[in-house]
Write a protein that binds this ligand. Structure first.
Ligand SMILES: *Cc1c(COP(=O)(O)O)cnc(C)c1O
Length: 476
């Protein structure tokens, strides 16, 4: 752990790094159905080479590196076109969806500060399905949230309820395209129109779906309206590092016009240091993500993306059809793209998750909230293509195994114990709870079903505290 006294040779450093990877999830095998966007080995080679080419350049200084300004302008230009933004639209590249959303929230807050002095409690109106990055932005930037429950059958935002939630303190209205959890696109035309009618900005969170949905449209598939083509949409976030298949740390915030982008920027000339000017939240940032994203767009082009999206949609439909034939499982709502949630009214999804893990698959448990039952999230990407039959037959077996087990579903005594410990949390709260759940510190538990069952049953604030204790303990 300590800093070596003498430097180590190149080969040894790389060999050590590669060996450290042995414990990681083997994502190249295509059995990971969340958080991975694998463009395949050929694209990966180009993207990595481009990324390292600009790794050491600093995008804080476009004056020193006009090449980075040019790369950013080209990426923004391509995505403006793809997302049908008006000619006068502007965009900024950021490090990820969270930063794009922080910037959209800051833009809305600062616009209200400048134009609406009567706003004392700037508030965001957003559906229950919106990404936690909006909650984080409100927490960091001092805004209030007005969460609106979604339609319990489709999991789409309810436009009438959204419109009714807008008041004289609202500074931003949010819709997702799609929401991550269920993969459904909110009724953006109605929501954006309701916001526009009150003169309030509307942000469309197309972080995960902006590129995939737009390419589906280019390929002639049915896609709900969601982009900057709609006049009421003020800002839109879109991640290149998700279904744009770029290497990590690249997203964009698109602004309807350059006037609005002024509120996203920050400058400071009040210290002894250099006069600071930022188009995003970060200052120093590597040129690598920009070069990587540019190379991804050049490598695929429209035709490459259309092939990719077509294949991913075929794979998604095969999975959804197959899941529909497994008794006791159901897909929640009808997803608009390649991500969806699977629930069961008969067995605990957390047992299914464990049984799938034992077979080498990684799905993503999502807890019950606001009308959505506990479920397993699946995001299909290019790297999963070809696994459909193996996945479905293992899922069928996992379902039978979970049904035969039947042990779980009731968090029972464990929940009461966790609540007792968390009533007065301390530095070893997590260790105590982990011990109760049979988790040994420092090693990955072999079963998550029990801990997920408890988390699913606990009140949200306790889960949030517990997650912090967990993270605080693993970075010991
Ligand atoms: C992933 C995601 C985000 C956050 O993006 P990060 O790149 O993880 O910061 C925001 N919104 C949606 C819908 C997402 O799927």
């Amino acid at each position: 752990m300590s800093l070596p006294v003498h430097g180590r040779p190149h080969d040894e450093i790389l060999a050590t790094l590669r060996a450290m990877r042995a414990v990681d999830v083997p994502w190249r095998a295509g059995r990971l159905y969340a958080g991975i966007y694998d463009p395949g080995p050929e694209a990966e080679a180009v993207i990595k080479a481009a990324y390292s080419e600009f790794l050491t350049e600093n995008a804080l200084y476009p004056n020193y590196y006009p090449s980075l300004l040019q790369l950013e302008a080209t990426i923004v230009g391509s995505l403006k076109e793809l997302l049908r933004a008006p000619e006068r639209a502007a965009g900024s590249c950021t490090s990820g969806g969270t930063e794009s959303i922080l910037l959209a929230v800051k833009t809305a807050r600062d616009k209200a500060r400048a134009e609406r002095p009567q706003v004392t409690t700037p508030t965001i109106v957003l559906p229950r399905t919106a990404h936690p990055a909006f909650h984080k932005a409100a927490h960091l930037l001092g805004l209030a949230l007005r969460i609106v429950e979604v339609d319990p059958a489709t999991f789409r935002a309810d436009p009438a309820a959204m419109a009714a939630a807008i008041d004289d303190q609202t500074v931003l209205v949010v819709a997702s395209a799609p929401c991550y959890s269920h993969g459904v696109v909110d009724p953006v035309p109605e929501i954006a129109a309701a916001a526009a009618a009150r003169g309030i900005p509307c942000h469309v969170d197309a972080c995960v779906g902006g590129i995939h949905l737009s390419v589906m449209r280019l390929a002639g598939m049915d896609v709900p309206e969601f982009d900057l083509h709609l006049p009421g949409v003020s800002t839109l976030s879109v991640d290149m590092h998700k279904y744009g298949y770029a290497a990590k740390n690249i997203s964009l915030l698109l602004y309807r016009d350059r006037e609005l982008r002024r509120y996203g920027m920050y400058s400071n000339a009040r210290t002894t240091g250099y006069a600071l000017i930022n188009s995003g939240i970060l200052s120093t940032r590597s040129g690598g993500p920009l070069a990587g994203a540019w190379a991804t767009l050049q490598h695929f082009g429209q035709a490459g993306y259309i092939n990719l999206v077509t294949a991913v949609m075929e794979s998604t439909h095969r999975l959804i059809d197959g899941i529909g034939q497994i008794p006791g499982l159901r897909v929640l709502s009808k997803p608009d793209m390649c991500m969806f949630a699977v629930a069961s009214d008969e067995v605990s999804v957390f047992l299914i998750d464990d049984a799938m893990s034992r077979r080498g698959w990684a799905l993503q448990p999502q807890f019950a909230i606001g009308g959505s039952p506990a479920n397993l999230h699946i995001s299909v990407n290019h790297g999963n293509i070809g696994q459909e039959d193996a996945f479905l037959s293992d899922l069928r077996a996992a379902m039978e195994e979970a049904r035969a087990d039947g042990s779980l579903g009731d968090p029972g005594d464990l929940q009461a114990e966790v609540e007792r410990i968390m009533a007065a949390p301390g530095p070893d709260s997590f260790a105590q709870i982990a011990a109760l759940a049979g988790i040994t510190p420092g090693s990955m538990p072999s079963s998550f079903a029990q801990i997920n069952t408890v988390l699913n049953a606990l009140p949200d604030p306790i889960v949030e505290q517990l997650l912090i204790e967990y993270l605080n303990s693993i970075y010991a």
